[in-house]
Design a protein around this ligand. Structure first.
Ligand code: ZN
Length: 157
């Protein structure tokens, strides 16, 4: 399912170990789907690449109790959305927001001191491809906007 375009980027320019981690998330995405009881939902579109990703969150007692993502996109956008779930489920809302903010900083700020949690660090090679940064940060921006739009104490509706 990896198109030649994305396959070339992943194959030629990313570290072998990181490439395997990214491809694994792309081919076996974690927490893909929707949450019928979602308290926070937000979709974003990356027109430069065509990625469309929606993030569903279930916030309970100030924590991200569950996470799902849906949509379609390139290997980088889908792998990043898959990795993000592992990094935020179970965390307090403020900490989940900080994970997403830190990851965006990691990819966009050359002086960043951030070290993304879990498999997200594998996407560090994307920094060499400025056009791909929007792919890698799409789900993260959706999560931040979803949590900000509804406030941290939103009740299910
Ligand atoms: Zn993309």
């Amino acid at each position: 399912m990896v198109s030649a375009k994305w396959g070339d980027i992943l194959g030629a320019n990313l570290d072998e170990l990181y490439r395997e981690v990214i491809l694994d998330h792309f081919q076996n995405p974690r927490r893909m789907g929707t949450l019928p009881e979602a308290t926070h939902t937000l979709g974003l579109h990356n027109p430069t690449c065509g990625d469309k990703i929606a993030v569903d969150l279930q916030v309970e007692d100030g924590r991200v109790a569950d996470y799902r993502f849906s949509g379609h996109g390139c290997s980088i956008s889908m792998a990043s959305a898959s990795m993000l779930g592992d990094a935020v489920v179970g965390k307090p809302v403020a900490q989940a927001t900080e994970v997403a903010r830190g990851f965006v900083d990691f990819l966009t700020n050359p002086q960043s001191q951030e070290t993304p949690p879990g498999d997200l660090e594998a996407l560090g090679g994307v920094r060499k491809f400025p056009a791909r940064v929007k792919c890698a940060t799409l789900a993260h921006n959706a999560l931040m906007e979803a949590l900000a739009a509804h406030g941290v104490h939103a009740e299910p509706h």
